[in-house]
Design a protein around this ligand. Structure first.
Ligand SMILES: Nc1nc2c(ncn2[C@@H]2O[C@H](COP(=O)(O)OP(=O)(O)OP(=O)(O)O)[C@@H](O)[C@H]2O)c(=O)[nH]1
Ligand SMILES: [Mg+2]
Length: 223
């Protein structure tokens, strides 16, 4: 009978990445830079939310933005117009960022004197959930048109984030979206998840989101 080894490559990839991510988090803590990893499906409103967040927080802290996409630089252009320090990262076809790519991005951005870095991850509800980027905290956006069944279909993403922003709340009357059902489904996967309904278009809910960031940035610096 032939014998052969079975190698769990995926597991070792994750273990290496987790080690790298912990190292990056420690460096960020020493530098007193808070890194937020923002994830969602394509088009759910990450860039629009980033722009609103910059507007709400720019007088309180120095902000930097990393825009990750497979290709294009349209998102970085939008952020650059606000005068915020920004870098566009191209993943070369990869549907997520890992800790090493995030570290390269931070080096490229230059974090000296920056209090708060937002990483807009590649638009995808699957791969980014699997890779710890080394971020201080993780947030995701689910937008109303995507449907209230997403916590059932993509449970990992909902279970690993600290905050769930439910965006495009201004459009709720036009969609068959059960807000309470999403809250219940997300809490079942992740009892500690903070859920904030927002509209990046009208600004609804942005104050609560900005307050959460202010508190987290302060705690990060004091730790
Ligand atoms: N009605 C409504 N539209 C929104 C809202 N937020 C974003 N949009 C619109 O949704 C579309 C996509 O928004 P983006 O911010 O580019 O989404 P994204 O997640 O950054 O997209 P990718 O980077 O391509 O993954 C744009 O047309 C926005 O104007 C919102 O709160 N309400
Ligand atoms: Mg975007």
């Amino acid at each position: 009978m032939e014998t052969f080894k079975i190698l769990e490559i995926k597991e070792s990839v994750f273990e290496d990445n987790n080690r790298e991510a912990d190292g990056l988090r420690n460096e960020l803590k020493k530098n007193k830079t808070f890194l937020l990893n923002l994830m969602s499906s394509p088009g759910s409103g990450k860039t629009t939310t980033v722009l609103r967040t910059i507007e709400a927080l720019k007088s309180d802290m120095v902000i930097g933005v990393m825009e990750a996409d497979i290709d294009s630089d349209v998102d970085a252009h939008d952020v650059a117009k606000t005068g915020t320090k920004v870098i566009q990262l191209h993943t070369g076809g990869m549907c997520h960022l890992d800790a090493d790519m995030t570290k390269q991005g931070l080096l490229g951005l230059g974090t000296e004197g920056i209090d708060f870095v937002i990483l807009e991850n590649v638009g995808n509800l699957v791969c980014p959930a699997e890779f710890d980027t080394g971020a201080s905290k993780n947030a995701m956006i689910l937008s109303i048109p995507e449907g209230d069944d997403k916590p059932l279909k993509y449970p990992l993403m909902f279970s690993i984030v600290d905050v769930l922003l439910i965006n495009k709340i201004d459009a709720i009357d036009y969609f068959d979206f059960d807000l309470e059902a999403v809250k219940t489904r997300a809490k079942k996967l992740n009892p500690n998840i903070k859920i904030i309904p927002i509209s990046a278009r009208t600004g609804e809910g942005i104050d609560e989101w900005a307050d959460w960031i202010r508190t987290e940035v302060k705690n990060w610096k004091e730790q």
